[in-house]
Design a protein. Sequence first.
Length: 85
Amino acid sequence: MLRVVVTAGGAPASDVEVNVYDEHDEWIGSASQAADGRFELKLVPGTYRVEAYSWMDGYDSAEAHSVLVREGSTTMEIRLALPEY
């Protein structure tokens, strides 16, 4: 399981979409946002690129490369901060 926490201006971001791509840059899926601003994705072991896109004014997208999900691992959490533009 991969948990993604997205922030904007230091607070949990709203109106955000998270997309996941495999090591061949193929789209794997997107995540739904939980009430606490977190996204959870059930992924098979592998290496992924995770992108967060904001629909809020004043913020750009953020991404993380080479996110490794291992066999039998517990939930991994990454944090993405949306940069202001």
